[in-house]
Design a protein around this ligand. Sequence first.
Ligand SMILES: *Cc1c(COP(=O)(O)O)cnc(C)c1O
Length: 424
Amino acid sequence: MSMGISPQVYDYCSDIEYRLQERFREIDHIAECNQMKVLSAMIENRLSEACLMPSTGYGYNDIGRETLERIYADVFGTEDALVRQQITCGTHALALALMSQLRPGDELLSPVGKPYDTLEEVIGIRPSNGSLAEYGISYRQVELLDDGGFDWDGIRAAVNEKTKLVTIQRSKGYASRPTLSVDRIGQLISFIKGIKPDVICMVDNCYGEFVELQEPSQVGADLVVGSLIKNPGGGLAPIGGYLVGTKECIERAAFRLTSPGLGKEVGASLGITASLTQGLFLAPTVVKGALKGAIYAANIYEGLGFKVIPDSRESRHDIIQQVIFHDPDLLVAFCQGIQASAPVDSFVRPEPWDMPGYDAKVIMAAGAFVSGSSIELSADGPMKEPYAVYFQGGLTWEHAKYGIMMSLQKIYETGKISLGQKPL
Ligand SMILES: *Cc1c(COP(=O)(O)O)cnc(C)c1O
């Protein structure tokens, strides 16, 4: 036994890791390119020590905030950026993006099926105070085809004179559809612009940043949105959201976030800028570790006969890994293993719990330096068929690897699986 891992589990996992060397080299290459992209944006924008200092009050002429926003714009290849701790989370960033671009009488279209759960109340799919629906903004959705493809005819039919903004969610989130590659997002955007050139194409980029060589803004998106306590905050950002895009889109968003007329000019950094900037610097490496962890987990659990989404060989477009257990005990054991290997709150034992908004108990494992951060190693799943866990993050590959080994250790200890046979 070493760090609580039995020799059987260790040997099984080492064997899997050995076979992933080539795959990991490809991920190293992507991280290296993205590291250079971030570094050169910092050099070109003359990031200086003064940029890391706090501002207070109105925060006028905050050189650190302004430089970080120029760096984000360059990294994502856009005209402008809004990167703020006053944007409280990913949902807030997306709500800000939608509410700033849409006006009464406009229509919002999702050509990739139902958006992330928390957006249902923003849009008004589930009635809510202050939803887009309350402001007279209508919504239309085109489902993906059964094979995960785009319904080109359906999309053509759905675009009309009212369509103002098209929202494209890159990651599958907690749905079962495939995550979209940046290439596929580019194809979808060209198709939509071919029908209606002035429509705003927005991408929910949560969990996708730095997984590929390109970002959606580099294949035609007008506005790209995400959370700083996921990929681009590199684990160091304690809060925040970002929007990158065209000058007009970012100005509308800034006027909505602060006030018409004030826009990007206000917003004191209070000393957070250093973490946001250093987090972005580390983000390509952190995403690399999380991505290796996801692939490692896919290979380990697929090797034991469980269905994993994405599968062990598929190309990756986000950092989320799903493992389907069809067994409540294994789901619980998995999460307990992730928790036991966390740097924070390792002694807490997660149990299934009733959560507001869910129709079944949910089990969650998270032991993070930043509360709720899902770029840190975390896992959760609803306690109902198919008893699937959604797993993501890991600030380092070494930690992700240990967490996954520990998840297998806990599963092994249930006595429900055997590691005697080497996987194929
Ligand atoms: C996490 C996430 C969100 C919402 O972000 P929060 O920070 O949890 O509010 C939206 N869309 C996708 C695809 C996400 O993964």
